[in-house]
Design a protein around this ligand. Structure first.
Ligand code: G3I
Ligand code: 9MR
Length: 572
């Protein structure tokens, strides 16, 4: 377990928005309220009050009290919250609080790019590197990558895209949700009409300054890769998508991408990958049309072919056993992917065939917002969000009302779950699985969408309090985002950002999001050091603990979504 959980006062170590909720948790078994003081950087007391005893936090066992200083509207840096003479970690109160995280959480994707040199002027000193996997020795990929022996024919050019995580595999199924979330972040901001959405050139991507918004430039890097993963016409399984490409066996840690000498291999197409392509390419066609009509048309053509190919091959499941050199990303249930792809195709084209696929899917009336959140393997919620928010989708009014109500009732349940926790996190006790922090973030996204649909501030508050949890208001008194907070993760599992293993290599860059507590203890380091941990405390900031402390594109994506949302200015 984390040896140093620090002061008993647990805050968002980055800080609070002046117009947002400002709450903290205090670990205390006192049965009566405790006095609290908010102090500014000079030590002056600027607000006082009393805690409310909240009882045991179910996920950690911590006895908790709650502090609410939302009524304080001052701004500044270096505030501390003091209870019983003990100060929590310092924090800021500022309308610009999330501007840095908005940029850094998106820069993570640039730095995960394959097939392009990473420019330290954009990535930061120490983070530059030559292009990886462009067929330059010793790399053997990703330009003419063979299929695994016996599973498919030929070689493909599958250069580009983002490396998945701490490994250098490239997987269509979690590339799909990650891409969708970045593009959806833009779609939402464009509807909100914020300056940051339309023609934004403030992020650190090499394409900045072109006609397209930066977040769409970043997402396009992966979209171009996803399009390359589609089996070309004239070949067996034409139109489907290869499931993944990665080294023949697990890449040594550390290994810089351009130094990887292993053979890269394409793995058999899967229905799930094909539907991820259909969904994201359909979303691409809708969103990029105003910036690049030819690209949008290419996306739509690919999406249609993928949809048709998935219908013709509806049960091509990626095997759970395929874990040599890369993750399996196996998923036995693809009905949710069919629903998601149909929803995107319908929202983009308005065509009856896709509408019928939406309304005919069991997922259209099912509860798609599980307590533990949506994920790469549970994607129906993505289709539901698109149907609920894209203007003029064309569903009958009563159906649309039901779709929208499903989002707000889910958000109400997430608020209720957060209310039961000592640290106000919208995650149930059994939700601490591999990548739990992304599940928290995804539930926060649902709350933010509910705020858009209803205008109700409590949903925004719920989303912001989920960020409080991720940034330090938690049982481990830790920010899970590198560079954000006094006590933040800095040793995530990664083959290049591997300072803990090789001092010549950097730590993960600011804005890297750890997977988070995983009660499953699914790696040897966690098994050796975390036996008996309470779910919310099953985490180690150690490079070896890949099941609690890896990074991944489908985890940074909801963080980037939320950071952009929280960075938007409200009011005059
Ligand atoms: O959904 C079940 C839940 O019902 C159950 O209660 C719980 C108990 O442990 O398990 C849950 O399933 C877990 C699943 O993730 C949830 O998505 C599995 O145990 C767990 O093994 C599985 O982990 C996946 C992991 O790969 C191992 O396959 C993660 O989702 C996935 O994010 C992760 O992805 C890896 C890639 O394989 C390789 N690249 C890095 C990437 C991130 O770590
Ligand atoms: O580094 C790999 C990480 O990206 C994956 O999430 C994880 C689970 O699939 O596997 C890691 O690789 C380990 C492998 O599974 C077993 N040998 C040690 C590898 C870590 O260096």
């Amino acid at each position: 377990q984390d040896a140093d959980t620090g002061p008993a006062v647990r805050v968002n170590q980055l800080g609070y928005l002046p117009d947002g909720p400002k709450r903290a948790t205090v670990v205390s078994s006192a049965s009566t309220p405790l006095g609290w003081q908010l102090r500014d950087a000079a030590g002056q007391v600027v607000a006082t009050g009393s805690t409310v005893a909240h009882g045991a936090d179910p996920a950690s066992g911590d006895p908790t009290h709650l502090v609410d200083f939302s009524a304080y509207t001052g701004t500044g840096t270096g505030f501390t919250l003091v209870v019983n003479g003990q100060a929590g970690y310092p924090f800021d109160i500022s309308a610009g609080l999330y501007d840095g995280l908005r940029a850094d959480s998106l820069s993570f994707f640039y730095q995960q790019r394959s097939g392009i040199a990473i420019d330290p002027a954009l990535a930061g000193a120490g983070y530059g590197r030559p292009a990886g996997h462009l067929g330059v020795a010793p790399n053997r990929g990703d330009i003419a990558v063979p299929c695994q022996a016996g599973v498919c024919d030929g070689t493909e050019d599958v250069r580009g895209g983002w490396y998945d995580a701490g490994d250098q595999g490239k997987y269509v199924v979690n590339g799909g949700i990650a891409t969708w979330q970045l593009v959806n972040s833009f779609e939402r901001a464009a509807r909100a009409g914020t300056d940051a959405a339309l023609g934004d050139s403030t992020l650190r991507v090499p394409e900045r300054g072109n006609a397209a918004p930066d977040v769409l430039d970043e997402a396009r890097w992966e979209l171009e890769f996803l399009l390359r993963m589609q089996v070309p016409d004239g070949r067996p399984l034409a139109g489907t998508a290869f499931h993944k490409v990665h080294d023949a066996s697990w890449t040594d840690l550390p290994t810089r991408p351009e130094q990887d000498a292993q053979q890269r291999e394409l793995h058999h197409p899967s229905t799930a990958a094909t539907l991820n392509l259909a969904a994201t390419a359909a979303q691409c066609a809708r969103v990029y049309a105003r910036y690049d009509a030819a690209f949008a048309a290419r996306c739509l053509d690919s999406a249609r072919r993928a949809w048709t190919a998935a219908r013709a091959n509806p049960a091509m499941l990626a095997p759970a056993s395929d874990t040599t050199g890369g993750g399996a990303y196996d998923d036995a249930q693809v009905g949710d992917e069919f629903y998601w792809a149909a929803a995107e195709l319908y929202a983009t084209t308005g065509e009856a065939q896709y509408r019928d696929a939406v309304t005919g899917s069991a997922f259209h009336t099912a509860e798609v917002f599980a307590p533990g959140g949506f994920s790469w393997s549970d994607t129906a919620a993505l289709g539901r969000i698109t149907l609920a928010t894209v203007p003029d989708v064309g569903l009958p009014a009563a159906d649309l009302a039901r779709v929208r109500a499903s989002v707000t009732s889910a958000a109400d349940r997430y608020l209720a779950t957060a209310g039961d926790q000592g640290y106000a996190v919208p995650l149930p006790v059994d939700g601490y699985i591999w990548g739990s922090n992304s599940q928290v973030a995804n539930n926060a996204v649902v709350m933010a969408v509910a705020q858009e649909l209803t205008g109700q501030e409590r949903y925004r508050a719920g989303a912001l309090e989920a960020l409080d949890y991720l940034l330090g208001r938690n049982a481990l008194n830790r920010s899970y985002v590198t560079g954000y907070g006094e006590h933040a993760s800095a040793n995530q599992h990664h083959r290049f950002w591997a300072h803990q293993n090789d001092a010549s290599l950097p730590h993960p860059p600011a804005g890297s999001f750890a997977g988070g507590p995983n009660a499953g203890l699914q790696d040897p380091v966690a098994q050796a050091r975390l036996a008996g941990c309470k779910p919310a405390a099953c985490y180690l900031d150690d490079i070896g603990s890949y099941s609690t402390n890896e990074v991944a594109i489908n985890w940074n994506a909801p963080l980037a979504w939320l950071a952009a949302y929280a960075a938007e200015r409200h009011g005059p």
